[in-house]
Every structure is written in C-alpha cells, then in structure tokens.
Design a binder for this molecule. Structure first.
Ligand SMILES: Cc1ncc(COP(=O)(O)O)c(C=O)c1O
Length: 434
C-alpha cells in the first residue's frame, strides 16, 4: 500500500488499487456508522448485495418502520383527531420538511414545500412559470432529458393550445460528446432572446450524472427575460446547491433516489421568495394551498398561503411522508458537506479502479471533474452492456443499464464502502476480460 491517507479528502493520484487501501479508507470513514442505519438487500445465501442503484431507489432507513408505525398508531388511536394530536399532528406534518429540504437545495424554509410527485409538480410549476405572451412562448430544455420531463413539457403545451414542434427548443451535447457545455446553453438562450419564456432542465443529468451550471444558466435566462427552473431528481441529497442565491425561479424533485424516502414518497418544490410572496402569481389551487387561517372558513375565495405552501392542492399522504422524515433526520445528523466529501472520494475511487483495471474495455462518460458530477459513474461498454449489467447483478453487484450502451453505478456515501467499490471494479473488469 502507498502512504496511508489520514482523511477522505483525496486527489486522484493518491488512490491505490490495493485491497488494503480500500479497507484503510473504510477504517477512516467518518460516516461508516451510517451503513447500519439502512436495510440493504441480500442474496439467497444471506450475503449483502453491493447496492449501486441508490440513484434509482435508495434503500430503506431502519427508522422508517417506526415512523410509519407511529402514524398508523396515531390513526388507530386518535382517528380524525390525529390531525391535531400525537407526536406529529398531521395538519402540520409537511412543515417539518421545509427546513431540512431547504438546507439540501439552498432555499429558505418558506421557499420549500413537500408535496405530490415530481411529474405532477412539474405541471403545477409549468402552469405558474410558463406564461406565453406575444412572441415570448418558447421553452428551452436539454436533448435526451428524462422522458417524463419531455412528456410534461410537451403535453402541457398541447393542453394550453401550443404545438411543441414550434415552441420547444432543445440543447444537445456537441457531436461525439455525451455531456453539455454551459457555453452551448448560454448561446442557445441568447439566440432565442425575446422568444424564450422558460428554461427548464435537469440540474444533474440522469444519464451522464453531469451537474449543470445552474447559476450561469439561470443568469442567462433572466438576461433574456425568461424564467428558469430545474428538475433536481438526481441532484437533491447528492450535490450541494444554492437555489436562492443562484436566483433560480423554481425547482422540483422526487425523494426516492438519494433521499432514500421510499417508492413514490412525497416529492418537493422550491419557489424563489420573490414568487413565493407574490400571491397574484397564477397557479392551480386546492384547499391545502389556502392560507391556514382561511382554510376552515369554507369560503369560495382562495387566499394562497404565503410561500411555496401556496402551491399545495391536497392534504399530504402521511404514510408516504413519514419515510421522508426518517430520511431527512439522517441528512441532518450526517450533514451534506461530510456526505459530499465521502461521495467525491467514493466516486473518484471507482473511476480510478476502472481506469486501472478496465480502461481498455470501457469508458466513463461522466465528467472527470469531481465538482461537475454527483455520485454516479456512467460507464459506456461497447458490445453487450445490458448483458454485462445482468452478469454483475448475478454476482451481487446491482447497477443498472440504460440504452444503448451504458451501465450506471452509483456509490452512495450513506451506505456504500470503498471495499465494495474495489470489489465492483474487479468484478466488472473480470467480466469484460473473460
Ligand atoms: C430526472 C427525472 N425526472 C422525472 C422523473 C419522474 O419522476 P416521478 O415518477 O417521481 O414523477 C424521474 C424518475 O426517475 C427522473 O429521474
């Protein structure tokens, strides 16, 4: 082994392919204790799976069962009164999430609301922030966005009487490239000028794991007079963000990936304070978005709550909200800066191991700069990438395949270890060289 490092703040050339090196990193990992706070799947022989698909569905925090049971008990014991009684009265349940989610995305509590599912929230935000008028009608998005984003934007346009073929503009990576450049986004935005109404892109690309420069894209959109919002499905709980300071108009995310809040759990939104306080901003309304003092007056007039809360329609599903509490309690305990530091080291180590053992058979299309990517590495495998992912799965390494030739592997700092990354790279190299 090369000199044993004293912390996880490591540069690429400090890594070693020695198994003892990976074990050493695990021994100095300040977050190692969190692995036991999750239930991880195991194979028929009881061996724990190396779970590299937290970018798809995070595993279950152990605290989740108790928190869900607590709400089932509250329902059983207090029935309708559980809205006001018990450890976490339901009327205020969603309010617990404002502050911890705000810390993850860089928003003030009143700019945050946990509600609905991600695609639903995209429609609600499109209703408020896509306000086509005169020549200014277009929405700019990225080519190859997650399909639900494309469907949401295009169907939303059709419902409002616009033809997406005329009013959606897509920015693509340059020829032969997998990742975008900020320059290309800025130039495309400038080119659209006063025809542009909205920029809506994935803050962290689901296919390549590239983090976009959200601040520069927002600034360019604002310069032309357009709004700018982000889909943060793959960014939240993965990379630090400063949405308020970056001046982003809005954002939406789901909570079942890096937030580990369970299948279909409560999603969330950020609405910048300048809009969150604008009670005149057009929006869809439902009684739960009413100002709380007005809600039970049963009036016909809708008075939106101040803040992102004013975008709520419906009373939240408490049984899907309890897992979000389990998740956010863990984030508060570990802290995003420590998670990010370990994440950079884990992903950097995976890249180092792949370059050392399998460079001749695969290539990483995720940006090499640690600041421009999240946990995930997207590994391009010529030939049968789907078959390679299936073989890895058989050997206890769960990652996923994305058409046409990419295996995505996402080591997550809450529960993955350096030894797992080491073993994964060896297994992949073994399969590729067989
Ligand atoms: C980037 C992105 N956007 C949107 C979605 C759709 O999410 P939902 O089913 O929660 O609406 C996903 C789901 O994985 C996603 O990865």
């Amino acid at each position: 082994m090369t000199t044993a490092p004293a912390s996880l703040d490591l540069s690429f050339r400090e890594f070693s392919a020695d198994a003892g090196f990976a074990a050493h990193l695990d021994s100095i990992d300040p977050l190692a204790r969190f692995r036991d706070r999750f239930e991880l799947p195991s194979d028929a022989a009881g061996t724990t799976i190396t779970y590299l698909v937290g970018n798809s569905l995070g595993p279950m925090p152990r605290a989740t069962r108790d928190l869900v049971m607590q709400e089932l008990d509250a329902w059983g014991t207090h029935a309708s009164q559980a809205r006001f009684k018990g450890a976490h009265p339901w009327v205020h349940y969603h309010e617990m999430f404002r502050e911890p989610l705000g810390k993850l995305v860089g928003g003030a509590p009143e700019e945050i609301v946990a509600m609905n599912g991600l695609s639903v929230n995209l429609h609600l935000l499109l209703a408020s922030f896509w306000r086509p008028e005169g020549k200014r009608t277009r929405i700019l998005m990225e080519a190859g966005a997650f399909p639900s984003d494309t469907y949401a934007i295009e169907s939303h346009m059709r419902v409002r009487g616009f033809d997406p073929a005329q009013h959606v503009v897509k920015v693509a990576p340059r020829n032969g490239e997998s990742c975008f450049t900020t320059q290309d986004f800025v130039q495309a935005i400038e080119r659209e000028g006063d025809a542009l109404a909205l920029v809506l892109v994935g803050g962290l690309n689901y296919f390549t794991a590239q983090v976009l420069d959200m601040q520069s894209i927002t600034a360019a959109a604002h310069k032309t007079g357009a709004f700018c919002g982000f889909d943060l499905a793959h960014a939240i709980g993965n990379v630090p963000m400063h949405l308020h300071d970056w001046n982003c108009d809005f954002a939406a995310w789901c909570s079942y990936k890096y937030l580990n809040a369970g299948p279909g759990s409560l999603a969330g939104c950020f609405v910048h304070a300048r809009h969150a306080h604008d009670l005149q901003r057009p929006r869809f309304a439902g009684w739960w978005g009413n100002d709380i003092s007005e809600r039970m007056r049963m009036l016909d007039t809708f008075v939106p709550a101040v803040g992102a809360d004013g975008w709520q329609l419906t009373n939240p599903p408490i049984l899907s909200s309890a897992p979000l509490k389990a998740s956010l309690d863990l984030f508060d305990e570990a802290g995003l800066p420590a998670l990010r530091q370990k994440s950079k080291a884990l992903t950097g180590y995976m890249e180092f191991m792949l370059r050392t053992l399998a460079q001749d058979r695969c290539s990483v299309i995720t940006p090499a700069d640690a600041g421009s990517r999240g946990c995930q590495l997207s590994i391009r495998i010529p030939g049968d990438a789907r078959g390679v992912a299936a073989k890895l799965h058989e050997r206890g390494f769960w990652c996923d395949f994305r058409e046409p030739d990419v295996v995505r592997a996402s080591p997550a700092p809450f529960f993955n270890t350096f030894a797992e990354v080491h073993a994964f790279a060896q297994a992949l190299a073994g399969i590729l060289h067989a």
